[in-house]
Design a protein around this ligand. Structure first.
Ligand code: FE
Length: 196
């Protein structure tokens, strides 16, 4: 990467690429739910903003399922027994292609492990998951063991990932009004990128 990775020009390029991904793929249904990928992303970001979380957490919430927008497995792959590993594809893309810092990428990477963590530590949590989310949980490895819970607690950004998970789970309301994609993309600033 060049020395101007966090320059305004590079940020505007990244914002443009992200806007393009949502334009091209954001209208697809969010697997097994009654909202689109774009609606889901905007609702997750809105929940983060409503809790007055810092901008990097709001942007992480907006982009947490970008992995779904960069693969070609279809929106029903969980129903077909395929785990698309979208959390890794998404965080890898945000890190290597866009240059985002771990404060943005790690909650994305950990938002599926956070579900496995919450299922292990909160008896009511599993029951609260939607049918689609319960189905994907088994493909994702099921609830964490005690050792996995302990390791997760020590993982950097795991608390942020648990917050993201709770927004993710709620961001499935058909027709809910939200701010625009542009509103949330405008929160992206140089501090969210790895310095070079
Ligand atoms: Fe999600």
């Amino acid at each position: 990467m060049s020395s101007d990775d966090s320059s305004p020009k590079r940020i505007s390029d990244i914002v443009e690429r992200l806007a393009g991904l949502f334009t091209d793929r954001g209208g697809e249904l969010y697997g097994g739910e009654a909202v689109t990928q774009l609606e889901h992303a905007l609702q997750a970001a809105q929940l983060a903003e409503q809790e007055d979380r810092p901008s990097h957490e709001i942007v992480s919430a907006l982009l947490h399922d970008v992995g779904h927008l960069i693969h070609d497995l279809g929106d029903d792959c969980a129903e077909r027994g395929i785990d698309d590993i979208h959390e890794r594809a998404g965080s890898d893309w945000l890190e290597s292609e866009a240059g985002f810092h771990g404060a943005v990428t790690q909650p994305v990477r950990l938002h599926v492990p956070a579900k496995r963590f919450l299922c292990a530590v909160d008896a009511d949590y599993h029951a609260s998951l939607s049918e689609a989310s319960q189905l994907s949980l088994s493909l994702q490895g099921g609830p964490f063991t005690d050792d996995e819970v302990a390791a997760f607690r020590k993982t950097p950004y795991s608390e942020s990932a648990v917050r993201l998970r709770t927004w993710d789970d709620k961001a499935k309301i058909p027709g809910l009004p939200t701010p625009s994609l542009q509103h949330f993309l405008s929160l992206i600033d140089p501090s969210m990128f790895v310095p070079t």
